[in-house]
Write a protein that binds this ligand. Sequence first.
Ligand code: UN1
Length: 481
Amino acid sequence: MSDAVELKSLIGGDWREGAGAAIESTNPARPGEVVARGRAVLPADVDDAFAAARAAAPAWAATPLHARGEVLARAAAIIDANAEAWGAELTAEEGKTLAEGIGEVRRAAAVLRYQAEAGNREQGSVFASPRAGEQILVTHKPLGVVGVVTPFNFPIAIPAWKIAPALVYGNTVVWKPASAVPLLAYRLASALHDAGLPAGVLNLVLGGSALGDAIVDHAELDGLTFTGSTGVGRSLAGRVAARGVPMQAEMGGKNASVVLADADLDLAAEQVLFGAFRSTGQKCTATSRLVLDEAIAEDFLDRLRALLKNWRVGDPSSPASDMGPVVSERAASDIAASVMQAVEGGARVVLGGEAPEGAFLAPTLLEMPAGAAGEENLAWNEEFFGPVLSIRRVSGVREAFEVANHGDLGLSCAVFTRDIATALSAVDGIDVGMLHVNSESAGADPHVPFGGAKRSGYGPKEQGLAAREFFTHTTTVYLRG
Ligand code: UN1
């Protein structure tokens, strides 16, 4: 990367230099390299952002759905045209590999293209009336001003899949991205601004958690969408629910890959490798639990270890690297400390487990102790958000599903089997929002619902048509001529 990019916030259609603390995003793979810098805005600027969003809301809501979609389609074209450059910036800022960085930027464009088509889909419904001469219509209307709070790990795709449906369904937005990845937020906001989004429809506030608090507690907030940790999500939900403000939260996962005795072991090993270690394990959908039928456990682990021998950890901007660092040195040392704690609780290091080098961690396999100690081990229950995979052995399908279901999270799960009846039994037997049969636990297509079961999700799901449920409310119209 060359010179650091100068960042600005976007408020009321103008790029605003903050008057708050200096903000700087740095490259986790290259100590000292500054990727972007600027100044945080102040909570008072968040007031301006809400005032602008409120003022822009009526005209934007009155803009035809097709015309709102056209703005998103133009932004998608801008994003696609910049995919390589912005993908490289994403890699420099977040640490995922260049292929993943470029892939994510293209994914953001795909999400915008999907939502841009909302005007060409059925919107609302008509019911028969029990009374003569009447029809009953159900129409969708925007919530108003929506707060968007996004995490570091998908700095453009997750914001895109929140902001695109928010906008296309006629809401205006105040958005605070994670402070580790302001550059990609600035790129997405620029694309939408340059695509002709009217002033005040999207407001970007760059800075620290005080801005998130200012959004969450703002009197003008009509809805809040959040992706991040379970702890933060729950506390935000409590704050907004107390004021009757709806919230959508995508939170933690402790996602299992279940490899059954009849699985294609080569396929399963490859998919577990991708699920656990792509993006350095920093996905809420990453595989962090491995449930192995004891009949194939050794055989499977041999194959996984063989694949990991060729798994190259290094500078993510090099095409030779399969895995980059985690997002920061701090994150790496927190994850390493959690691994040590898991080992103190009886976990056995099968592979990796070395001290971090800067923000780099080795892929780590931990075998849980047998019985209750395994079920209670930190590494079986806590989301480390890094390249750590915790293993338990089971006997048979029933125990495998039980072990995979343990705990109160239920985001996604992968089941490996050649038997269609077993695969079908997983649909009811495993309590998750996304079930993958013979493919890795991560991944999300723009046109289908995304979100968790149990305590992984709160409020309506994201993506696809499902997104409309959160970003609109309905008006039921009893219509007589
Ligand atoms: C994916 O699996 O590709 O924060 C997307 C996350 C999820 C998105 C996962 N909300 O990791």
